[in-house]
Design a protein around this ligand. Structure first.
Ligand code: ATP
Length: 566
């Protein structure tokens, strides 16, 4: 697969619209910021992703592997409500603390997350040595009196550099021209640009503008939208929870929230699951569904939306075993994303630094994908967090319910050979994935251009997630070919139709029909032609190679089974 940095996001988005993967929500009314709908192919792609998660996390967790204790991993599902008793969100900390610091530009009325403000800091070196210029800058960058020459809003410095380089209009607005990116001085160092700023040659380093600088010197910071200082407010906390009212009176007492994550539904049903099923710690509870966050700046297509879908698991275990389980889940989740097609160097597992961890977490890792809009940096697909016993303890405290677990397999051994038992609050490992970001990563990874083909855009989806599994075409719509095609189509549909479309299409030239299937990501097309009627063979054409072969019509089903499993 080609490098994400070479994939143009605009082309990917236009293919998504053209072929019915993703549409703007309420498009005929001008859309609504932060909301996206899936068309037929996108809906099936996302269903395949959700099903793959469900199969590999709930039905046959971790592909039947054993965990650190040598036992098979066991998990069960729940499906919990979007609206819960508001006390759930007080206990979880979301009502009090689920805030993003936000900045307004008073002139353009635009709003963005303060931690997304990236500064272009200028540096110079008499000898023209960028490393010296950077060293000179580094000591000054976080001082409150050190104001960037220009700013850009982006998820990180790499993304900001990419935006600046690609957008001539923005360059003009910010007073920048002749900008080039220089090779990185050291891994993880700030992106380094050589440019002309307001007519003067300079080096520019892109660093996040620190909270302290924004707090104290916001009036001097140039706006990312106008390039001029004086219009930005200091950061203010903004709660990301959507709310509404239950019942007709709509008083403050009727206020309820739309869930910002599916995980809390699991914690509040933990006791019911333990009491009504035969699960024993260690075990996991999975939950999938829509979550809502009133994101300050929805951006980057479906990556940061206000309504999105999550697939979360809480794995409950004994405190002594929890770190081993954390490592187990972290590694499995990385392997899982690789198994559905994100196998190249666009995927990384990033362990958080100590200072990034929540106060209750002893370890967190993110599975990150290099999206075209984050490249050369990465964006989070899933977080795997060791959450200790924080959530159960909070809910026990706020609800008064006893959420401790009595483990009959632990404690000292009694004279009769049984265990005395041990009461404890289980610790929790949380792999929390986003299905929309997952689907977007699959789309970006699949997008391939092959200029040697008549129609160069090909979606090379992994067969497991491909929304169309196969297509059957009569070469011409006569001479008995449509009837044979219909029979093969019905047969393939019976076998493969549960996991994707099986298409048939008799219109247009065969080349155009292949091209349509390439853009939709269908791995194989089968064509019925004149020879089929005499020798019972069909042409099989592969999406990835464009090559054609002939196989017996009664072997098509077995061929496809092997090919889709491969
Ligand atoms: P970010 O730092 O990007 O805001 P997060 O760390 O707050 O994400 P989590 O609370 O860990 O995200 O949620 C788990 C997963 O849910 C994320 O890894 C992501 O895939 C998905 N997710 C979170 N927020 C959004 C969003 N606004 N749009 C789409 N997916 C999201």
């Amino acid at each position: 697969m080609s490098d994400a940095t070479t994939k143009p996001m605009d082309d990917i988005m236009s293919l998504c619209k053209r072929r019915g993967f993703v549409y703007q929500a309420s498009e005929i009314y001008g859309g609504i910021n932060g909301f996206w709908d899936y068309g037929p192919l996108g809906a099936q792609l996302k269903k395949n992703l959700r099903d793959a998660w469900w199969e590999d996390m709930i039905m046959n967790p971790c592909w039947g592997r054993t965990g650190p204790g040598g036992e098979r991993v066991r998990c069960v599902p729940v499906e919990t409500c979007i609206i819960q008793n508001p006390k759930v969100w007080e206990a979880s900390g979301h009502v009090g603390g689920f805030n993003d610091p936000m900045v307004d530009d008073k002139e353009t009325k635009q709003r963005f997350r303060a931690d997304h403000l990236q500064g272009g800091y200028l540096g110079s070196s008499p000898a023209g040595d960028p490393a010296l210029a950077l060293a000179q800058m580094q000591g000054q960058i976080t001082k409150v009196e050190h104001i960037p020459a220009f700013t850009i809003t982006a998820g990180g410095p790499d993304e900001a550099a990419a935006i600046l380089l690609a957008d001539r209009k923005l360059q003009k607005l910010l007073g920048v021209s002749d900008a080039n990116i220089l090779p990185s001085i050291s891994p993880g160092a700030a992106p380094l640009l050589q440019l002309t700023y307001r007519g003067q040659p300079a080096f520019a380093f892109i660093f996040p503008v620190s909270g302290a600088v924004q707090e104290h010197a916001h009036a001097q910071i140039p706006s990312p939208f106008t390039g001029k200082a004086g219009s930005l407010t200091a950061p203010r906390q903004f709660n990301l929870m959507f709310f509404t009212y239950t019942g007709a009176t709509a008083t403050e007492n009727d206020k309820v929230y739309l869930r910002p994550e599916t995980a809390q539904g699991i914690f509040v049903q933990f006791k019911n699951v333990v009491d009504t099923t035969r699960v024993r710690v260690p075990f996991g509870i999975g939950n999938t569904g829509r979550s809502f966050r009133n994101e300050v700046t929805p951006r980057n297509f479906t990556f940061r939306s206000r309504e999105f879908e999550q697939a979360e698991l809480e794995f409950f275990c004994h405190p002594d075993d929890s770190f081993e389980w954390y490592k187990f889940w972290r590694d499995f989740r990385m392997e899982w994303w690789q198994s559905i097609g994100l196998a190249g160097e666009n995927l990384i597992l990033r362990e958080h630094e100590k200072d990034e961890l929540s106060h209750y977490s002893t370890g967190t890792s993110d599975v990150e994908y290099r999206f075209p809009f984050t490249a050369p940096g990465f964006g989070e697909l899933e977080g795997i967090a060791h959450r200790g016993n924080y959530d159960l303890t909070q809910h026990a405290k706020h609800s008064g319910a006893k959420l401790e677990y009595f483990d009959t397999d632990r404690g000292e051994t009694l004279p009769n050979g049984a265990k005395k038992g041990e009461r404890y609050m289980p610790h929790c490992i949380e792999p929390a994935a986003g299905l929309d970001r997952g689907a977007l990563a699959l789309i970006c990874e699949a997008y391939t251009r092959d200029e040697s083909r008549p129609s160069p855009e090909i979606m090379k989806f992994h067969p497991r997630v491909a929304p169309i599994k196969a297509a059957v075409f009569p070469l011409v719509n006569k001479d008995g070919m449509p009837e044979v095609a219909d029979r093969l189509h019905a047969d393939l549909f019976k076998r493969f139709g549960r996991t994707g479309f099986v298409e048939t299409d008799a219109k247009q030239s065969i080349g155009k029909r292949y091209a349509r299937m390439d853009e939709a990501g269908c791995p194989f097309c089968f064509t019925i032609d004149g020879d089929t009627l005499t020798d019972q063979t069909v042409t099989v054409r592969s999406r990835d190679t464009g090559l054609q072969d002939r196989i017996a019509i009664d072997k098509v089903s077995a061929f496809l089974t092997d090919a889709l499993l491969a």
